[in-house]
Design a protein around this ligand. Sequence first.
Ligand SMILES: [Zn+2]
Ligand SMILES: [Zn+2]
Length: 246
Amino acid sequence: MPALSIKALSKLQSMVFPYTCPLCATPLDETEGCCSDCLQNISPIPQSTCLSCGIPLNPTLAPGPCGACLKKTLPQQQTHHLYLYQNVVRDAILAWKLQGQDMALNFLIQAATPQLKQLFSKQDILLPVPMPMYRMRRSGLHHSADLCQKIAHITGAQFNWQILRRKGVHQRQSSLHGKARQRNLHRAFQLSLSATSRLDTYSSKGKIWVVDDILTTGATLRHACQVAKQLKRPIFAFSFARTWHK
Ligand SMILES: [Zn+2]
Ligand SMILES: [Zn+2]
């Protein structure tokens, strides 16, 4: 049997294993990108946002803080999000968090490479919003740390999960409401004892980012940033996707 050329081999491979949309698994003729339906349903954060909390603003408004941030300043200097938490973006996050499948998430991160490179420099330090230790030990997963690692890989930013820590055993935020939720959060985070010496190993020129996967009310990220402020450096906040209802 004659040897197959590389071209013929890759053609054969694409016939046996056609390229599929990384978001919905529909077979595609192309060999990269996603299908047109998914493309329509990807919701990047609008250009016009409140720099302080990151909520989308009406594009006709002059750039500046939103009404809530005018009244109350946040511990973080800026907040950025990559996507709105809906449609295929929500499906990608759920597949990653609930089933451990990160192909769709990786695709969405890859697709946002220009935005990520604009946001994060090689000197920046990414601190994942920490999970309670008992939950991390039980599941073996730490989603925001996983996300930091993926972003660090693309942007060259530094990543450290040992500076910002969770303290004690606390109830799941989703099981609490209102004031109880706030109280629970208020005492949930602390800096590790070696935080300052760990931070000293990085360039002092970089920004410090507190990173979470999904932002709902912003309370968790805000409390984590409040504690990170004890590092005496300007703090910035980032989430992969934020929920948003007009
Ligand atoms: Zn698709
Ligand atoms: Zn705002």
